[in-house]
Design a binder for this molecule. Structure first.
Ligand code: HEC
Length: 134
């Protein structure tokens, strides 16, 4: 029989479509949470608390209270939104940007540790589940 490459296209597409979720799951997430833990405890825990609950020892000096990363509001924010605050800071608040003190990799590390403490939950606001308490 003659070789008919077009007959293979269906099979090939089928394999690619079936493999897609596996490929998607294998994608690497930037940031190393172990290194992030060290950085977080050094630079962030005084305000955000060791477990990220927003109740570190320095909060008594602050007018604007730090975010509790376990809140539904923080958990429903994307990595991108949180990275923006870590990089540029939040206006009118003691949360200044860290772009000059931490490298981009270090900011990803610290973000990955925050997400380890309080995982991203995109539908937290729609279907509130119990908040996590580290
Ligand atoms: C001086 C206290 C202080 C320190 C130190 C601090 N933060 Fe914050 N952070 C805040 C406050 C206050 C807010 C809330 C800002 C607002 O709501 O306007 C905040 C907000 C945030 C948010 C946004 C959360 C959200 O749900 O929008 C992230 C992310 C964050 N901080 C990460 C960090 C990281 C990472 C570090 C350490 C590298 C750090 N912070 C150090 C006080 C601090």
């Amino acid at each position: 029989m003659m070789y008919q490459p077009h007959k293979r296209i269906g099979l090939l597409s089928f394999i690619l479509i079936m493999a897609w979720p596996i490929l998607a799951l294998c994608q690497e997430v930037p940031g190393n949470p172990q290194n992030g833990k060290v950085l977080f405890e050094k630079h962030c825990a005084n305000c955000h608390g060791e477990k990220g609950t927003g109740d570190g020892p320095d909060t008594k000096f602050l007018l604007v209270q730090p975010a509790n990363f376990h809140s539904l509001e923080s958990r429903s924010k994307t990595d991108w939104e949180l990275m923006n605050v870590i990089t540029f800071g939040a206006i009118f608040s003691p949360m200044h940007g860290w772009s000059e003190r931490l490298t981009e990799d270090e900011r990803w590390d610290v973000l990955r540790y925050i997400r380890f403490l309080a995982p991203f939950n995109p539908i937290a606001n729609l279907y509130p589940l119990p908040e996590t308490h580290g």
